[in-house]
Ligand binder design. Structure first.
Ligand SMILES: [Zn+2]
Length: 278
């Protein structure tokens, strides 16, 4: 019964906001540049600027209390120059142990951007990047895997990343992320504390900064490679945390730079983390 209510709610929301459109329709709906409001995040806590706590709110789908976090991805010119010779660490981390997807939900992308990425490319590339993480759930790449994040659809209206409370929609779009240096932000809502078996993810949103950065589909110099950044961001959507200091070859390494493409493919730690979580 509960799941029926949830589904009805979701359908209503989706019908209201989204129309699953053909590619032709999509291109007639391009936003004028600057029409999407800038994304403002709460100020950083003292020691971890990349993770912002958004508070505890009621999940509209289940009426449970859930917590929100925004994980900011920054640029660092030293991103590729920090290879460590230290003995192999565990190269994965979770946002919180047990905080993973326990149901499969659709996600929606408004691919309009001011930097020339095509709408069809953005949707299909995101879907392909989702598949990489799902492929890793069984610990082996190349043989499929569990359905974790569901299917993606074009959204034709303005999407809003939920920094205040969840709205039961998983939304992806381009806008100005107001934080200096931020390339992209992934917001997750879920239950991150209490008994591990009770924890879960219930929503994810993603914003890619097309105000401060040029984007590329082919690893061009001076631009952010969309596949590189999006694969990393989707790692947060499934429950993985950033890595710093060591583990520089992992897709979940916390910094990126122009022209970088090494995060397009999952590294061994990324696969181990996904396998351990799911
Ligand atoms: Zn990150």
């Amino acid at each position: 019964m509960l799941s029926k209510v949830v589904n009805l709610f979701k359908l209503k929301m989706i019908k209201k906001l989204i129309s699953i459109s053909s590619t032709v329709a999509l291109f007639s709906l391009a936003f004028p540049v600057g029409a999407v409001p800038a994304l403002n995040l709460p100020d950083a806590a003292s020691d971890n600027a990349a993770v912002r706590y958004l508070g505890e709110k009621v999940d509209p789908a289940t009426h449970e209390l859930v917590q929100g976090y925004a994980i900011v991805h920054y640029r660092s010119a030293n991103a590729s120059a920090r290879a460590s010779k230290a003995r192999a660490p565990k190269c994965y981390g979770f946002l919180a142990n047990g905080a993973k997807w326990k149901s499969v939900e659709p996600w929606f992308v408004n691919p309009s951007n001011g930097r020339g990425l095509g709408g069809s490319y953005v949707l299909s590339n995101l879907a392909s990047n989702v598949s990489k993480w799902e492929d890793a759930t069984d610990g082996t790449l190349g043989n499929g895997g569990a359905n974790v994040l569901g299917d993606g659809y074009f959204a034709t209206g303005t999407l809003v990343a939920d920094t205040v409370s969840p709205d039961n929609l998983n939304e992806v779009y381009f806008a100005n992320v107001a934080d200096p240096g931020a390339i992209a932000v992934t917001i997750v809502w879920g239950i991150f504390s209490g008994p591990t078996f009770n924890r879960k993810l219930v929503e994810w949103d993603q914003v890619y900064d097309d105000f401060d950065y040029d984007w590329s589909a082919s690893g061009e110099l001076g631009k952010m490679d969309f596949e590189n950044i999006a694969t990393h961001e989707l790692g947060h959507s499934v429950g993985l945390a950033d890595l710093y200091n060591t583990c520089t070859e992992e897709t979940m390494y916390g910094y990126a730079d122009y022209g970088e493409t090494k995060k397009r493919d999952l590294n061994s730690g990324d696969v181990q983390g996904m396998n351990a979580m799911y």
